[in-house]
Design a protein around this ligand. Structure first.
Ligand code: MSS
Length: 366
């Protein structure tokens, strides 16, 4: 059996048995570890870093962290201390890597083979970006994108554009965006972007810039490689380029977290089939569960608190499973009536997999 990799130092405080360490910069939550309490505990939340993690020293004096704001009428640098005086909001949100579900692509795209665990539902607190913009006189004319830049020290000897984590989202995403300093009731851990992180609810993970050092309102998208060529939905066999859609808004998705084949020996009889469902930009309206691989569906019940449209909902279907092998699947519908699709959208890098068939689980009942 393969030897489990140890947690890297910056994530050493995490709960090792709830996680799969793919590499020192990619750590996934085990499917069986999600539980049923809506919020993903910080010590079980996945990690994805595109660059080496900055040193702990950046969270030594959190309030002194500086954010440069550009593309507003009065551009300037603000400390986290100042940002805290400008506004306060809290949002519960699904943070999900663009590549979550990549492992289910038969083409085996390069990149981390995440199954379901590059996602979590977390609570962020911070100042609304629109309040910061208001305090600085509003967005300058021609600002069409909100561009966030990560505060990593870049490896020497490389063209900064080729490695810097800098992403642009449409200006409309500013409406619900936060500059957050707190996650699940604590200052944001370094592993998750402390001292300050840009939170763009409903958008895939990569758009939520950790240790943000600059926020700019720009007439064009960033020319950083991670924006122009990386994270593009490109047809199988082709490379990403700026003409192809970027990973941005998430769409309706769900999966079952219990029972799982790895639980082993599910007893025949009453079973609580449960999992998570989210709409991305819209709330979840309902979830159906199938115990016959999608031939027939029954309405599941949403359980637990509703933390708003950007959070996930927990669902459960109580079923009687006889002895034998059963293919369990879930299919969510969002508030606008859009149904989670059966098939994935094929693309070169394995992004945005929402296929219910890919996320189905086969369990044997004894
Ligand atoms: N930010 C920064 N600064 N850096 C990096 O690297 N990454 C991304 C985000 N942000 C980064 C950032 C990604 S890519 C993701 S997913 C996310 O983040 C994650 O998070 P966590 O906290 O979990 O780690 Mo894919 O789409």
């Amino acid at each position: 059996a393969p030897v489990a990799k140890p947690l890297p130092g910056y994530a050493g405080w995490k709960k090792a048995d709830a996680l799969i360490v793919h590499s020192s910069t990619t750590i996934e939550t085990r499917r069986g570890a999600f539980g049923t309490s809506v919020i993903t505990p910080s010590d079980q939340l996945y990690v994805r870093n595109n660059l080496p993690t900055p040193p702990e020293s950046i969270v030594a004096d959190r309030d002194a962290w500086q954010l440069q704001v550009e593309g507003v009428r009065q551009p300037r640098s603000l400390s986290l201390r100042e940002l805290k005086s400008l506004g306060l909001e809290t949002v519960a949100m699904v943070l999900q890597c663009s590549g979550n579900g990549r492992a289910f692509f038969p083409s085996k795209p390069s990149g981390t083979a995440w199954t379901v665990g590059a996602a979590g539902c977390v609570i962020w607190s911070g100042v609304p970006v629109r309040e910061v913009v208001k305090a600085l006189g509003g967005v300058s004319d021609g600002g069409l994108y909100m561009t966030g830049t990560g505060g990593e020290v870049l490896p020497a000897g490389l063209d900064p554009k080729s490695v810097i984590v800098e992403r642009s989202v449409p200006l409309s995403a500013m409406e619900d965006a936060l500059l957050a300093w707190e996650m699940n009731g604590e200052p944001i851990p370094l592993a998750h972007g402390g001292p300050l992180r840009l939170i763009v609810p409903g958008y895939t993970g990569v758009n939520n810039i950790k240790y943000i050092k600059q926020l700019a309102f720009t007439p064009r998208e960033s020319e950083a490689h991670i924006m122009s060529h990386g994270y593009r939905i490109s047809p199988p066999g082709s490379k990403g380029d700026p003409s192809q859609p970027s990973v941005q808004e998430m769409s309706v998705k769900s999966w079952i977290n219990s029972p799982l084949p790895e639980d082993g020996g599910q007893a025949a009889g009453l079973v609580q089939i449960h999992g998570v469902a989210f709409g991305g930009m819209d709330a979840v309206k309902g979830v159906e569960v199938s115990t016959d691989g999608g031939k027939s569906w029954q309405a599941a019940r949403l359980v637990g608190p509703d933390l708003g449209k950007y959070a996930w909902r927990q669902f459960v279907l109580q079923a009687r499973l006889p002895k034998g092998t059963h293919v369990l699947a879930s299919r969510a519908t969002d508030a606008r009536g859009r149904v989670q699709p059966e098939t994935r959208g094929e693309n070169q890098s394995g992004y945005n997999n929402t296929s219910w068939a890919d996320h189905a689980v086969t369990v044997t009942v004894a």
